[in-house]
Design a protein around this ligand. Sequence first.
Ligand SMILES: Cc1cc2nc3c(=O)[nH]c(=O)nc-3n(C[C@H](O)[C@H](O)[C@H](O)COP(=O)(O)O)c2cc1C
Length: 195
Amino acid sequence: MNKRAIGTVPLIYPVPIVLVGAMVEGRGNFSTIGDAAIMGIRPALVCISMNRTHFTTGGIQSSNAFSINVPTTSQVSVVDYCGIVSGKTINKADLFTLFYGDGGAPMIEECPVNLDCTVEKEIQIEHRCIFIGRVVQTYVDEKFVDEGDERTVAEMPVLDPIMYALDNRYYRVGGVIGTGYNEGRQYRESSRQDG
Ligand SMILES: Cc1cc2nc3c(=O)[nH]c(=O)nc-3n(C[C@H](O)[C@H](O)[C@H](O)COP(=O)(O)O)c2cc1C
């Protein structure tokens, strides 16, 4: 085995950085979150892992709703800022133009993609509050939705999300290298021919 054990590092990389929004004490608040993931497509489920002391966490618990706002690389400074200051002392709602859907959590107009979520389940592990959310609606900037078919969203390099890795650096996504449920078929065909 040509491996070195490096400790208990959740080294799945990279992950998109998102701004998680919630209503807290009557106003919108946003926290920068790297620990966000898809938990299913049908039904549309997502998961976020929040420190229980964050201002946003209390808002999610009391409103049972949150938003996931996916920023673009030009927003890296404000995104990082939302991760180093707390809504306990700074009004982060003033940084953005907000809009609301049926879920009730504040969403950020300036982010190209927004997920309006309700809390399906909360799991507490040590100091983490892990929220599983049901996506009640997804919003995408008009300019990133293909004409005539609302379900066709621009490719990832166009949406240009901010990726974050465990080296504590931000990245942008690269190019397309294949298509899901397709590359394996080609592999299957070529391995049949070889056999
Ligand atoms: C790059 C980056 C990633 C972060 N990821 C997480 C995360 O996944 N979970 C978490 O609880 N806090 C995370 N934080 C920290 C919170 O964003 C930060 O503590 C924030 O100030 C909390 O804001 P609030 O108190 O207004 O909710 C991250 C911060 C940065 C800069």
